[in-house]
Design a protein around this ligand. Structure first.
Ligand SMILES: [Zn+2]
Length: 339
């Protein structure tokens, strides 16, 4: 059984070290360090020290492209989307969007540079976290974007024409939907191969369709990408306005099936942020569902129930983190007893 948690919010080495020690003592096996453009630009050496400390404590160091190019999950701004806005997605109306385009070769080069930086930090693995096309509601009201789509940049238009032999459509259609999906999968494939060549493992966390349609719908295509090691998703039942049961149960079943078929390790994330008071026990419910579904890798987002980030802080953070520590310690104890 493997347990992980994400870590962000401090780059002060001795503070982080104490937290990492706490993570280790709580029974976790890996830490997902968010590695945003801000970290990359200003904290590269600090992150190397933090990765060193993580590994010296016997924890696996996983790095996450938090908000990089605005196309991954994460509460982090992208610098490149305004500094190099020529790489950005265009809405079908021609409006410049604050997110980079998967079909833009310059953005691919930027991601390669980011991967090279992660390799230099000594990262063990990269978690490709919630890759998605432009999600209007993350920036402005969803209503304003009805009937529009991305991306209509020149690279996308040319690629579409080259692949299909048809002119870029004026209206959203199935062919365009497939094109978007295949373009994003092709981008991920590229990221995964570069990461593999750099000697690191690859994990992927897909956005569930219950949350957003801008992610990938054809999960099987992603699961079949060569050199992918871990495959999963984050059924954050409260954030996605679903009941923990059956949402988590259905997710476990889908992920287990695909992982078995493609010989992948499954990885599922449990929501440990913005938990309303009185619903803390649902974390244990989600955990038990995953445990009884034989999910061997469970991550909790994030460390200390994200107490330090007010936007993500649960109503009763101590209670949330206490439940997480309890379920892991009970399980670690269970495994030790068996041994
Ligand atoms: Zn484009």
């Amino acid at each position: 059984m493997n347990y992980g948690t994400s870590y962000f919010g401090s780059r002060i080495r001795d503070h982080v070290y104490r937290d990492l020690k706490d993570i280790k003592d709580s029974g976790f096996d890996y830490v997902v360090h968010t590695y945003s453009e801000n970290d990359w630009m200003y904290y590269e050496k600090s992150m190397r020290e933090i990765v060193d400390d993580t590994k010296s404590l016997g924890l696996k160091a996983v790095l996450d492209p938090w908000g990089v190019g605005g196309v991954f999950g994460g509460e982090a701004f992208s610098y490149m989307v305004y500094n190099q806005s020529e790489n950005n997605q265009l809405l079908s109306t021609g409006k410049l969007l604050p997110v980079a385009c998967f079909n833009n070769p310059n953005f691919r080069k930027k991601i390669e540079d980011w991967i090279i930086s992660v390799a230099a930090l000594g990262g063990d693995e990269i978690l490709w976290d919630e890759p998605h096309w432009y999600i209007a509601s993350w920036f402005i009201g969803q209503e304003e974007e009805n009937g529009t789509w991305s991306c209509a940049c020149n690279y996308c238009k040319k690629k579409f024409q080259d692949l299909t032999g048809n002119a870029y459509p004026e209206f959203y259609c199935e062919e365009l939907n497939d094109f978007r999906e295949n373009s994003l999968i092709d981008f991920l494939d590229h990221c995964i191969q570069v990461t593999n060549q750099k000697g690191m493992d690859n994990a992927i966390c897909l956005i569930p369709p219950q949350a957003y349609s801008a992610g990938i719908q054809n999960w099987e295509k992603v699961a079949s990408i060569k050199n992918l090691n871990r495959f999963g998703t984050d059924p954050y039942w409260i954030a996605h306005k679903q009941d923990v049961e059956p949402y988590v149960t259905q997710t476990v079943s889908v992920i287990k099936k695909l992982c078995k078929k493609y010989n992948l390790q499954e990885q599922l994330w449990i929501q440990a942020f913005t938990i309303p008071g009185g619903r803390e026990n649902e974390i244990e419910d989600a955990f038990k569902i995953m445990q009884s579904g034989n999910v061997n890798d469970i991550g909790f987002w994030g460390y200390n129930a994200c107490t330090h980030m007010s936007k993500l802080r649960p109503e009763n953070p101590d209670k949330v983190w206490g439940i997480i520590q309890k379920v892991i310690q009970n399980d670690v104890h269970f495994i030790k007893t068996l041994a």
